[in-house]
Design a protein around this ligand. Structure first.
Ligand SMILES: *Cc1c(COP(=O)(O)O)cnc(C)c1O
Length: 365
């Protein structure tokens, strides 16, 4: 059996370091807002090149807190992608705003400045692009557009930890950006966790209050906040993996490039790289009009494969009514033809070759 992600292999490599750290946290009973959370926040801010990094309970919370801290509220419109995980749009709904879905680029699968601009109305307050599958959006163009129209830029970096655009990290350019540490993400914890980053001192202050019951000084509450803290045990794991994130992402890129090279002659669309943004391959996602046939054979051979995402958000039951009449042709066609193959830092060249052989057997037949 070849799984989509091999979390065990990654753990075994750093087992001693993690177990030492966890034992220390248990010994000190410093479970909530302990020293590892503070150290991780400092290390993550430094790595990402931002002034502030604030841990929280999940990636969904990170996006929610980012929107709230930036003042997005009832009646506002937030332009985003329909080709993403539901949490992107959930966070927008949590603050009372309306997600406005625009179509994606057929090569990057990300929303574009051109499509965003066409959707701007007097109610638009923010843009929330998603660096989907680890492929950075054209953040320079989108930032310029947001500045021109005085819109907040909130980046969904749940799938792009460590991806760079033009030398800068994804998440470093927006007013506030959210990351997820769900175990299978490029930087994954041993449970749920998230991070919001910002360069603004004011936004950072609000984020710290929001994640901790609206409180700056203990038992004094200035706003209605949440219980959304990152716990110390997760911070131990994240600190160990953060040290190695570039190595992990390099291994993902190596495996992805090998897949693409070995499948170059097949009638498939392999992932696009524009040379500006550095794709970190949270997923290795292909397009094929024979997707179902290929996936069936992979499944028969016990090779992991999956469709991210089969139903775009504007067609989900929860948004269908609000989005009646909305047509996003590229999003819909990509969702109908995309599928993802196993990818993770531990994936070997031999396994990539084995998977490609199986796909070749279907498509070259
Ligand atoms: C995983 C993910 C989230 C949510 O993160 P959680 O930590 O699972 O709450 C949000 N957006 C995208 C694009 C994601 O992939």
């Amino acid at each position: 059996m070849i799984p989509m992600v091999d979390l065990k292999a990654q753990y075994v490599e750093i087992k001693d370091e993690i177990e030492r750290g966890l034992a220390e946290t248990i010994e000190n009973c410093s479970f909530i807002m302990g020293p590892n959370v503070q150290a991780f926040e400092k290390e993550a801010a430094q790595y990402l090149g931002v002034n502030h990094a604030i841990g929280c309970a999940s990636g969904t919370d990170a996006l929610h807190l980012a929107l709230r801290a930036e003042g997005i509220a009832d009646g506002d419109e937030v332009i985003t992608s329909a080709f993403t995980f539901i949490a992107t749009a959930e966070a927008i709904k949590y603050v009372g705003a309306t997600p406005v879905f625009v179509d994606i680029d057929d090569k990057t699968f990300n929303i574009t400045a051109e499509n965003i601009e066409k959707a701007i109305t007097p109610k638009t307050k923010a843009v929330m692009p998603v660096h989907l599958f680890g492929q950075p959006v054209d953040i320079i163009k989108i930032k310029a557009l947001c500045d021109k129209h005085n819109l907040k830029l909130i980046e969904d970096c749940a799938q792009s930890f460590g991806a760079r655009v033009d030398g800068q990290q994804t998440g470093a350019i927006g007013h506030a950006s959210g990351y997820s540490f769900f175990p299978s993400k490029n930087l994954g914890a041993f449970g749920d966790g998230g991070l919001v980053v910002t360069n603004s001192d004011e936004t950072a202050k609000m984020l710290k209050m929001l994640r901790n019951h609206g409180s700056d000084v203990r038992y004094y509450h200035d706003v209605i906040g949440y219980n959304s803290r990152l716990d110390d045990m997760q911070a131990v794991v994240l600190r160990a993996k953060l040290k190695r994130i570039d190595q992990y992402n390099r291994a993902r890129r190596h495996a992805a490039h090998l897949y693409s090279e070995l499948m170059a002659d097949l009638s498939l669309t392999t992932p696009f790289e524009d040379g500006v943004g550095e794709h970190v391959y949270h997923q290795y996602t292909l397009l094929s009009d024979r997707r179902d046939e290929v996936m069936q054979v992979l499944q028969d051979r016990q090779i992991g494969c999956a469709v991210y995402y089969p139903v775009p958000l504007h067609q989900q039951n929860v948004f269908k009514e609000a989005c009646a009449g909305l047509s996003l042709p590229i999003t819909e066609s990509v969702a109908a033809n995309c599928f993802s193959l196993p990818i993770c830092p531990a994936l070997t060249d031999e396994t990539v070759k084995e998977i490609v052989m199986v796909i070749r057997g279907v498509l070259a037949a």
